[in-house]
Ligand binder design. Structure first.
Ligand code: KG4
Ligand code: ZN
Length: 333
């Protein structure tokens, strides 16, 4: 069967078709980055309006380029949360309307479950159980995963999410939105000059705190001459601190659970330095690490189509209610 996936939780309109036997058929992504960059961040109302403009044409293009018609689609999955309410409502209303018109079932997908399962789209997918590190703009979660829907929260950020810390640090260095990628590009030109703290690694537990790193970056920047090289050195120090902190906590989570497999997903998992540091850590632990390909680290429709198919198999289809939840803990799944 073919399942259509729709992602509209933030500033990316993503659509994809997943086939139950053959895997991912096709996916398309429209990014609103250019529109929001003028404002230095996502403007929720503009995001919603742009999803309205782009979503249906994107679904049409997706079907056309996949040589499929609406008659081939057997179910529709959409991101129901967490995310921006207006943006979620566009996806929810569109999914429900199409499903009503095409007479197919609808599946509401949790955005972070989408990220979590994204590595399953790769040729060499991880097998359960594993520890998952989910690092995105809104979440930093360490989860023990025993199967689809079987999640045990091991740790989370007590303040800023990793992506948020990247974006805020980038902003104070004067980099344009979206800061995470820009900061990591700048870090390539950095020299090892500063050492930032590895927050909350000196005490037991698997929770994170990243807001102090941002403040550390700010005070270091204010004391510097604010040259390009100063900025690059700060970017490198910040990125190294984040990568090391994540590696320390992931090692701890693997030891605590007795597991040998780590899955890393979410927008920040596209970061080369973080991928490298975590891969090295897993090598030293004789474990295995899995990432989605970089384009499926950040928001996309493919992960929603895949997660939706898994939930469809669990018979978790929706009634006609427009279901969207801006806040939605994974523990409720
Ligand atoms: O998963 P995602 O696309 O959206 C959310 O669900 O939040 O993650 C977006 C976050 C942003 O904070 C962005 O700056 C960050 O991921 N990000 C990166 C990189 N690519 C995206 N952060 C660091 N390095 C990157 N290469
Ligand atoms: Zn996301």
């Amino acid at each position: 069967m073919y399942i259509l996936g729709i992602e509209t939780s933030c500033d990316e309109t993503g659509v994809a078709i997943y086939h139950s036997e053959n895997g991912l058929v096709h996916h398309l992504l429209y990014s609103q980055i250019e529109m929001h960059s003028e404002y230095g961040g996502v403007v929720p109302e503009l995001a919603s309006r742009d999803h309205i403009r782009k979503l249906i044409p994107l679904v049409k293009q997706l079907l056309l380029e996949s040589n499929l018609t609406k008659l081939n689609i057997a179910a529709i999955a959409y991101t129901a949360g967490p995310g921006l309410m207006g943006a979620l409502l566009v996806g929810a209303a569109t999914a429900q309307s199409l499903a009503f018109a095409w007479q197919v079932p609808v599946v509401a997908v949790h955005h972070m479950e989408g990220h979590l399962l994204a590595p399953m789209l790769e040729k060499n997918p991880p097998s359960f159980p594993f520890v998952a590190l989910l690092i995105s703009g809104g979440h930093t979660l360490l989860v023990k995963v025993s199967g689809v829907g079987k999640y045990e929260l091991l740790g989370e950020s007590l303040d800023d999410a990793v992506g948020e810390a990247f974006d805020k640090t980038a902003k104070l260095l004067g980099l344009s939105y979206p800061g995470g990628v820009k900061l990591s590009e700048l870090a390539q030109f950095g020299q090892i000059r500063f050492r930032f703290p590895r927050p909350m690694t000196d005490r037991a537990g698997l929770d994170f705190s990243f807001s102090g790193l941002k403040t550390f970056a700010l005070t270091t920047f204010q004391k510097s001459d604010k040259t390009y090289q100063d900025k690059a050195d700060i970017a490198l120090a910040f990125q190294d601190a984040v990568a090391d902190t994540l590696a320390i906590k992931c090692r701890r989570a693997l030891q605590q659970t007795g597991l040998k497999t780590l899955v890393v997903a979410g927008g920040v998992s596209a970061n080369t330095q973080i991928r490298l540091t975590l891969t090295k850590m897993l090598e030293s632990e004789n474990g295995q690490i899995f990432f989605p390909r970089p384009e499926f680290c950040t928001d996309n429709g493919a992960m929603i189509a895949y997660a939706g198919y898994q939930r469809f198999l669990m018979k978790e289809t929706q009634n006609l209610e427009i279901f969207a939840r801006p806040r939605w803990a994974m523990s409720e799944l």
